[in-house]
Write a protein that binds this ligand. Sequence first.
Ligand SMILES: Cc1ncc(COP(=O)(O)O)c(C=O)c1O
Length: 396
Amino acid sequence: MQVSFYGHVRQYQNIKSEIDANIHEVLMSGQYVMGPMLKRFEAELARYHGTKYAIGVGNGTDAIWLALMALGIGPGDEVITHPNTFFATAEAIWIAGATAVFVDCCPKTKCICPANIEAAITPKTKAIVPVHLYGQCADMNAIWQIAAKHKLHVIEDNAQAIGAHGPGFRICDRSDAATTSFIIQKNLGTFGDSGAVVTNNPDIDARIRKLRNHGSDKRNVHSFGFNSRLDDLHAGILSAKLKHIDEWNDQRRKWAARYSAGLKDCRTIDLPVELPGYRHVYHLYVIETKKPEWRDMLLDHLVKAGIDAKTHYSIAIHKQAGYPWGKNARIVGPLTNAEANAACCISLPMYPELLPQEVDYVIEKVREWDAKFAAEAPEGKGIAQRGKTCPSCSKA
Ligand SMILES: Cc1ncc(COP(=O)(O)O)c(C=O)c1O
Protein backbone atom coordinates (compact mmCIF):
# COMPACT_ATOMS: atom_id res chain seq x y z
CA MET A 1 0.00 0.00 0.00
CA GLN A 2 1.14 3.56 -0.67
CA VAL A 3 0.20 6.20 1.90
CA SER A 4 0.77 9.77 0.78
CA PHE A 5 1.77 12.53 3.18
CA TYR A 6 -0.81 14.86 1.64
CA GLY A 7 -4.51 14.64 0.77
CA HIS A 8 -4.87 17.80 -1.33
CA VAL A 9 -6.41 16.21 -4.41
CA ARG A 10 -8.87 14.14 -2.35
CA GLN A 11 -9.88 17.29 -0.50
CA TYR A 12 -10.44 19.16 -3.77
CA GLN A 13 -12.53 16.29 -5.13
CA ASN A 14 -14.68 16.29 -1.96
CA ILE A 15 -15.65 19.97 -2.22
CA LYS A 16 -14.95 20.62 -5.90
CA SER A 17 -18.31 22.25 -6.63
CA GLU A 18 -17.88 24.77 -3.78
CA ILE A 19 -14.32 25.69 -4.79
CA ASP A 20 -15.16 25.84 -8.48
CA ALA A 21 -18.17 28.07 -7.81
CA ASN A 22 -15.99 30.59 -5.95
CA ILE A 23 -13.28 30.50 -8.63
CA HIS A 24 -15.94 31.11 -11.27
CA GLU A 25 -17.37 34.00 -9.24
CA VAL A 26 -13.94 35.65 -9.03
CA LEU A 27 -13.15 35.10 -12.70
CA MET A 28 -16.47 36.63 -13.73
CA SER A 29 -16.13 39.57 -11.32
CA GLY A 30 -13.25 41.05 -13.30
CA GLN A 31 -11.54 41.97 -9.98
CA TYR A 32 -8.62 39.78 -9.03
CA VAL A 33 -6.47 41.81 -6.62
CA MET A 34 -7.94 43.63 -3.59
CA GLY A 35 -11.39 42.80 -4.92
CA PRO A 36 -14.69 41.82 -3.26
CA MET A 37 -13.73 38.16 -2.66
CA LEU A 38 -10.71 39.22 -0.60
CA LYS A 39 -12.94 41.52 1.47
CA ARG A 40 -15.43 38.69 1.99
CA PHE A 41 -12.76 36.20 3.04
CA GLU A 42 -11.11 38.70 5.40
CA ALA A 43 -14.47 39.27 7.11
CA GLU A 44 -15.05 35.50 7.39
CA LEU A 45 -11.56 34.91 8.77
CA ALA A 46 -11.91 37.64 11.40
CA ARG A 47 -15.30 36.21 12.41
CA TYR A 48 -13.80 32.73 12.66
CA HIS A 49 -11.04 33.95 14.98
CA GLY A 50 -13.33 36.27 16.95
CA THR A 51 -11.00 39.17 16.12
CA LYS A 52 -11.94 42.60 14.83
CA TYR A 53 -9.69 42.47 11.77
CA ALA A 54 -8.07 40.04 9.35
CA ILE A 55 -5.68 41.13 6.61
CA GLY A 56 -4.80 38.80 3.73
CA VAL A 57 -1.13 38.91 2.73
CA GLY A 58 1.22 37.12 0.34
CA ASN A 59 2.29 34.24 2.63
CA GLY A 60 2.78 33.22 6.24
CA THR A 61 6.36 34.52 6.38
CA ASP A 62 5.33 37.99 5.22
CA ALA A 63 2.50 37.90 7.76
CA ILE A 64 5.06 37.68 10.60
CA TRP A 65 7.43 40.40 9.43
CA LEU A 66 4.58 42.70 8.40
CA ALA A 67 3.15 42.35 11.92
CA LEU A 68 6.60 43.05 13.43
CA MET A 69 7.05 46.12 11.20
CA ALA A 70 3.56 47.36 11.97
CA LEU A 71 4.58 47.33 15.63
CA GLY A 72 7.71 49.33 14.81
CA ILE A 73 10.04 46.42 15.59
CA GLY A 74 13.27 46.41 13.59
CA PRO A 75 17.04 46.88 13.80
CA GLY A 76 18.38 46.93 17.35
CA ASP A 77 15.33 45.12 18.74
CA GLU A 78 15.22 41.54 20.04
CA VAL A 79 12.40 39.08 19.49
CA ILE A 80 12.21 35.87 21.54
CA THR A 81 11.18 32.64 19.86
CA HIS A 82 12.25 28.98 19.82
CA PRO A 83 14.41 27.15 17.29
CA ASN A 84 12.40 23.96 16.65
CA THR A 85 9.99 25.49 14.18
CA PHE A 86 9.89 26.04 10.45
CA PHE A 87 12.78 28.29 9.37
CA ALA A 88 10.35 31.06 8.38
CA THR A 89 9.59 32.05 11.98
CA ALA A 90 13.17 33.23 12.52
CA GLU A 91 13.61 34.31 8.90
CA ALA A 92 10.73 36.77 9.30
CA ILE A 93 12.38 38.29 12.41
CA TRP A 94 15.58 38.66 10.41
CA ILE A 95 13.74 40.23 7.43
CA ALA A 96 12.21 42.78 9.81
CA GLY A 97 15.81 43.64 10.79
CA ALA A 98 15.47 42.47 14.39
CA THR A 99 17.52 39.89 16.31
CA ALA A 100 15.95 36.47 16.90
CA VAL A 101 16.61 35.21 20.43
CA PHE A 102 16.27 31.45 20.69
CA VAL A 103 15.16 29.79 23.93
CA ASP A 104 14.39 26.14 24.50
CA CYS A 105 11.00 24.50 24.00
CA CYS A 106 8.99 22.35 26.40
CA PRO A 107 10.12 18.71 26.25
CA LYS A 108 6.58 17.44 25.88
CA THR A 109 4.60 19.97 23.84
CA LYS A 110 7.58 21.27 21.80
CA CYS A 111 6.12 24.79 22.02
CA ILE A 112 8.14 27.62 23.56
CA CYS A 113 8.73 27.00 27.28
CA PRO A 114 7.49 30.07 29.21
CA ALA A 115 9.95 29.25 32.00
CA ASN A 116 12.82 30.08 29.61
CA ILE A 117 11.46 33.38 28.32
CA GLU A 118 12.15 35.64 31.29
CA ALA A 119 15.85 34.74 31.43
CA ALA A 120 16.21 35.89 27.82
CA ILE A 121 14.65 39.34 28.29
CA THR A 122 16.99 42.35 27.99
CA PRO A 123 16.29 46.08 27.56
CA LYS A 124 16.33 45.39 23.80
CA THR A 125 13.55 42.80 23.93
CA LYS A 126 10.43 44.04 22.18
CA ALA A 127 8.35 40.96 21.42
CA ILE A 128 7.71 37.25 21.87
CA VAL A 129 6.77 35.09 18.88
CA PRO A 130 5.39 31.79 20.20
CA VAL A 131 4.64 29.14 17.57
CA HIS A 132 1.63 26.86 18.00
CA LEU A 133 3.74 23.97 16.83
CA TYR A 134 2.24 20.92 15.14
CA GLY A 135 -1.29 22.22 15.88
CA GLN A 136 -1.20 22.73 19.66
CA CYS A 137 -1.26 26.19 21.25
CA ALA A 138 1.69 27.34 23.31
CA ASP A 139 0.94 28.15 26.96
CA MET A 140 -0.47 31.59 26.13
CA ASN A 141 -1.77 32.27 29.65
CA ALA A 142 1.82 32.15 30.94
CA ILE A 143 3.20 34.03 27.91
CA TRP A 144 0.67 36.87 28.20
CA GLN A 145 1.54 37.22 31.90
CA ILE A 146 5.25 37.58 31.11
CA ALA A 147 4.51 39.98 28.24
CA ALA A 148 2.34 42.17 30.47
CA LYS A 149 4.96 42.21 33.24
CA HIS A 150 7.76 43.27 30.85
CA LYS A 151 5.63 45.33 28.45
CA LEU A 152 6.40 43.16 25.44
CA HIS A 153 4.42 42.64 22.28
CA VAL A 154 3.15 39.17 21.37
CA ILE A 155 2.72 37.91 17.82
CA GLU A 156 1.47 34.33 17.64
CA ASP A 157 2.84 32.33 14.71
CA ASN A 158 -0.31 30.37 14.04
CA ALA A 159 0.67 28.87 10.69
CA GLN A 160 0.03 25.37 12.03
CA ALA A 161 -2.93 25.66 14.39
CA ILE A 162 -5.96 27.38 12.89
CA GLY A 163 -8.97 26.24 14.94
CA ALA A 164 -6.91 25.31 18.03
CA HIS A 165 -7.50 26.80 21.45
CA GLY A 166 -6.21 26.50 24.99
CA PRO A 167 -7.80 26.43 28.44
CA GLY A 168 -9.87 29.61 28.65
CA PHE A 169 -8.25 31.29 25.66
CA ARG A 170 -8.52 31.54 21.92
CA ILE A 171 -5.77 32.47 19.50
CA CYS A 172 -5.03 36.22 19.54
CA ASP A 173 -7.24 36.90 22.57
CA ARG A 174 -4.60 39.05 24.30
CA SER A 175 -1.85 39.25 21.66
CA ASP A 176 -1.07 42.15 19.36
CA ALA A 177 -1.59 39.88 16.37
CA ALA A 178 -1.60 36.28 15.19
CA THR A 179 -0.30 35.27 11.79
CA THR A 180 -1.08 32.32 9.60
CA SER A 181 -0.01 30.60 6.39
CA PHE A 182 -2.37 29.15 3.80
CA ILE A 183 0.18 27.14 1.89
CA ILE A 184 -1.51 23.95 0.70
CA GLN A 185 -0.26 21.57 3.39
CA LYS A 186 -1.70 23.69 6.24
CA ASN A 187 -5.00 22.73 7.91
CA LEU A 188 -6.54 25.55 5.87
CA GLY A 189 -4.54 25.73 2.65
CA THR A 190 -4.94 26.99 -0.89
CA PHE A 191 -3.31 25.94 -4.16
CA GLY A 192 -0.45 28.40 -3.91
CA ASP A 193 1.07 30.91 -1.49
CA SER A 194 -0.88 33.16 0.83
CA GLY A 195 -1.23 34.09 4.48
CA ALA A 196 -2.99 36.45 6.88
CA VAL A 197 -2.69 38.49 10.04
CA VAL A 198 -5.54 38.75 12.53
CA THR A 199 -5.64 41.46 15.17
CA ASN A 200 -7.94 43.45 17.44
CA ASN A 201 -5.82 46.59 17.11
CA PRO A 202 -7.08 49.12 14.50
CA ASP A 203 -3.62 50.71 14.13
CA ILE A 204 -1.95 47.38 13.35
CA ASP A 205 -4.74 46.61 10.89
CA ALA A 206 -4.35 49.97 9.11
CA ARG A 207 -0.54 49.77 9.01
CA ILE A 208 -0.47 46.25 7.56
CA ARG A 209 -3.12 47.12 4.97
CA LYS A 210 -0.88 49.96 3.81
CA LEU A 211 2.41 48.08 4.05
CA ARG A 212 1.10 45.13 2.00
CA ASN A 213 -0.03 47.46 -0.80
CA HIS A 214 3.04 49.55 -1.72
CA GLY A 215 2.47 51.81 1.29
CA SER A 216 -0.79 53.02 -0.19
CA ASP A 217 -4.30 53.35 1.16
CA LYS A 218 -5.31 55.91 -1.47
CA ARG A 219 -4.81 55.65 -5.22
CA ASN A 220 -1.50 57.19 -6.37
CA VAL A 221 -0.46 58.15 -2.81
CA HIS A 222 2.40 56.02 -1.43
CA SER A 223 4.76 55.74 1.52
CA PHE A 224 7.23 52.97 2.41
CA GLY A 225 5.70 49.59 1.65
CA PHE A 226 5.78 46.27 -0.22
CA ASN A 227 3.67 44.14 -2.50
CA SER A 228 2.30 41.29 -0.37
CA ARG A 229 -1.38 40.77 -1.09
CA LEU A 230 -3.61 37.73 -0.92
CA ASP A 231 -5.27 37.63 -4.35
CA ASP A 232 -8.98 37.09 -4.86
CA LEU A 233 -8.69 33.65 -6.49
CA HIS A 234 -6.95 32.25 -3.41
CA ALA A 235 -9.36 34.15 -1.17
CA GLY A 236 -12.24 32.42 -2.98
CA ILE A 237 -10.68 28.98 -2.54
CA LEU A 238 -10.02 29.70 1.13
CA SER A 239 -13.53 31.02 1.66
CA ALA A 240 -14.95 27.73 0.37
CA LYS A 241 -12.59 25.73 2.57
CA LEU A 242 -13.01 27.79 5.75
CA LYS A 243 -16.58 26.45 6.08
CA HIS A 244 -15.10 22.96 6.56
CA ILE A 245 -12.17 23.69 8.85
CA ASP A 246 -13.83 22.61 12.11
CA GLU A 247 -15.07 19.33 10.67
CA TRP A 248 -11.62 18.71 9.10
CA ASN A 249 -9.87 19.45 12.40
CA ASP A 250 -12.27 17.08 14.17
CA GLN A 251 -11.32 14.37 11.68
CA ARG A 252 -7.61 15.04 12.24
CA ARG A 253 -8.25 14.58 15.97
CA LYS A 254 -9.98 11.27 15.27
CA TRP A 255 -7.03 10.00 13.23
CA ALA A 256 -4.66 11.18 15.99
CA ALA A 257 -6.70 9.22 18.55
CA ARG A 258 -6.58 6.13 16.29
CA TYR A 259 -2.79 6.44 15.89
CA SER A 260 -2.33 6.95 19.64
CA ALA A 261 -4.53 3.96 20.53
CA GLY A 262 -2.74 1.75 18.00
CA LEU A 263 0.76 2.79 19.07
CA LYS A 264 0.37 3.32 22.81
CA ASP A 265 2.19 0.16 23.87
CA CYS A 266 5.15 0.65 21.48
CA ARG A 267 8.29 0.75 23.59
CA THR A 268 10.68 2.44 21.14
CA ILE A 269 8.74 5.65 20.51
CA ASP A 270 7.00 8.46 22.38
CA LEU A 271 3.65 9.77 21.15
CA PRO A 272 2.56 13.42 20.85
CA VAL A 273 1.47 14.99 24.13
CA GLU A 274 -1.87 16.80 24.22
CA LEU A 275 -2.24 19.04 27.26
CA PRO A 276 -5.55 18.90 29.17
CA GLY A 277 -7.92 21.71 28.23
CA TYR A 278 -6.22 22.26 24.87
CA ARG A 279 -7.75 21.57 21.46
CA HIS A 280 -4.81 20.22 19.45
CA VAL A 281 -5.66 20.31 15.73
CA TYR A 282 -2.88 17.96 14.60
CA HIS A 283 -1.42 19.83 11.68
CA LEU A 284 1.21 17.13 12.17
CA TYR A 285 1.19 13.90 14.16
CA VAL A 286 4.79 13.72 15.35
CA ILE A 287 6.19 10.69 17.13
CA GLU A 288 9.71 10.64 18.58
CA THR A 289 12.04 7.66 18.67
CA LYS A 290 13.41 7.09 22.17
CA LYS A 291 16.94 7.00 20.78
CA PRO A 292 18.16 9.43 18.07
CA GLU A 293 19.95 6.63 16.20
CA TRP A 294 16.57 4.94 15.67
CA ARG A 295 14.95 7.86 13.85
CA ASP A 296 16.37 7.32 10.37
CA MET A 297 16.02 3.55 10.74
CA LEU A 298 12.30 3.82 11.45
CA LEU A 299 11.84 6.49 8.78
CA ASP A 300 13.56 4.26 6.25
CA HIS A 301 11.39 1.29 7.28
CA LEU A 302 8.23 3.35 6.72
CA VAL A 303 9.36 4.81 3.40
CA LYS A 304 10.32 1.34 2.12
CA ALA A 305 6.81 0.17 3.08
CA GLY A 306 5.31 2.90 0.85
CA ILE A 307 4.51 5.33 3.68
CA ASP A 308 5.46 8.91 2.99
CA ALA A 309 6.64 9.85 6.49
CA LYS A 310 8.75 13.00 6.97
CA THR A 311 10.60 14.99 9.65
CA HIS A 312 9.52 18.36 11.09
CA TYR A 313 12.15 19.67 11.57
CA SER A 314 15.32 17.65 11.55
CA ILE A 315 17.66 20.68 11.80
CA ALA A 316 16.79 23.18 14.53
CA ILE A 317 17.21 26.76 13.30
CA HIS A 318 20.20 27.55 15.52
CA LYS A 319 22.01 24.67 13.75
CA GLN A 320 21.21 25.98 10.27
CA ALA A 321 24.39 27.11 8.54
CA GLY A 322 22.21 29.23 6.24
CA TYR A 323 20.84 31.45 9.01
CA PRO A 324 22.43 34.90 8.88
CA TRP A 325 24.18 34.73 12.24
CA GLY A 326 25.99 37.58 13.97
CA LYS A 327 23.69 40.40 14.96
CA ASN A 328 20.69 38.50 13.59
CA ALA A 329 20.45 35.91 16.33
CA ARG A 330 21.27 35.22 19.96
CA ILE A 331 21.01 31.92 21.78
CA VAL A 332 19.90 31.68 25.41
CA GLY A 333 20.62 28.02 25.94
CA PRO A 334 21.00 25.23 26.45
CA LEU A 335 18.58 24.24 23.68
CA THR A 336 18.57 20.58 24.69
CA ASN A 337 14.87 19.89 24.14
CA ALA A 338 14.79 21.53 20.71
CA GLU A 339 17.88 19.58 19.62
CA ALA A 340 16.47 16.28 20.89
CA ASN A 341 13.20 16.97 19.06
CA ALA A 342 15.14 17.61 15.83
CA ALA A 343 17.06 14.36 16.27
CA CYS A 344 14.10 12.09 17.08
CA CYS A 345 11.00 13.43 15.28
CA ILE A 346 9.00 11.58 12.63
CA SER A 347 5.75 12.94 11.19
CA LEU A 348 3.25 10.26 10.20
CA PRO A 349 0.74 11.01 7.41
CA MET A 350 -2.01 13.23 8.85
CA TYR A 351 -4.90 14.81 6.97
CA PRO A 352 -8.68 14.52 7.19
CA GLU A 353 -8.97 12.57 3.92
CA LEU A 354 -6.86 9.62 5.13
CA LEU A 355 -8.69 6.29 4.95
CA PRO A 356 -9.01 4.06 8.02
CA GLN A 357 -7.10 1.26 6.27
CA GLU A 358 -4.24 3.70 5.57
CA VAL A 359 -4.01 4.77 9.21
CA ASP A 360 -4.11 1.13 10.27
CA TYR A 361 -1.39 0.22 7.76
CA VAL A 362 0.88 2.97 9.16
CA ILE A 363 0.22 1.68 12.69
CA GLU A 364 1.02 -1.88 11.56
CA LYS A 365 4.34 -0.82 10.01
CA VAL A 366 5.43 1.22 13.05
CA ARG A 367 4.53 -1.70 15.30
CA GLU A 368 6.44 -4.10 13.05
CA TRP A 369 9.59 -2.00 13.50
CA ASP A 370 8.94 -1.52 17.21
CA ALA A 371 8.74 -5.30 17.76
CA LYS A 372 12.31 -5.67 16.46
CA PHE A 373 13.81 -3.15 18.89
CA ALA A 374 11.45 -3.17 21.87
CA ALA A 375 13.86 -5.25 23.96
CA GLU A 376 16.51 -2.49 23.62
CA ALA A 377 14.15 0.34 24.56
CA PRO A 378 15.01 2.39 27.65
CA GLU A 379 12.43 2.56 30.44
CA GLY A 380 10.24 5.67 30.54
CA LYS A 381 10.35 8.52 28.06
CA GLY A 382 13.01 8.80 25.36
CA ILE A 383 15.60 11.59 25.20
CA ALA A 384 13.30 14.03 23.41
CA GLN A 385 10.60 13.99 26.12
CA ARG A 386 12.82 13.52 29.13
CA GLY A 387 14.01 17.15 29.49
CA LYS A 388 13.48 19.26 32.56
CA THR A 389 9.72 19.37 32.98
CA CYS A 390 8.52 22.95 32.75
CA PRO A 391 5.40 24.42 34.38
CA SER A 392 3.47 24.12 31.10
CA CYS A 393 4.48 20.53 30.39
CA SER A 394 3.91 19.37 33.92
CA LYS A 395 0.18 19.80 33.26
CA ALA A 396 0.40 16.85 30.84
C1 LIG B 1 5.39 27.69 11.87
C2 LIG B 1 5.43 28.34 10.52
N1 LIG B 1 5.69 29.64 10.42
C3 LIG B 1 5.72 30.27 9.24
C4 LIG B 1 5.49 29.58 8.06
C5 LIG B 1 5.64 30.30 6.78
O1 LIG B 1 4.53 30.29 5.97
P1 LIG B 1 4.67 30.46 4.39
O2 LIG B 1 5.31 29.23 3.85
O3 LIG B 1 3.28 30.67 3.92
O4 LIG B 1 5.52 31.67 4.16
C6 LIG B 1 5.20 28.20 8.12
C7 LIG B 1 4.90 27.36 6.95
O5 LIG B 1 5.22 27.35 5.88
C8 LIG B 1 5.19 27.56 9.37
O6 LIG B 1 4.93 26.25 9.48
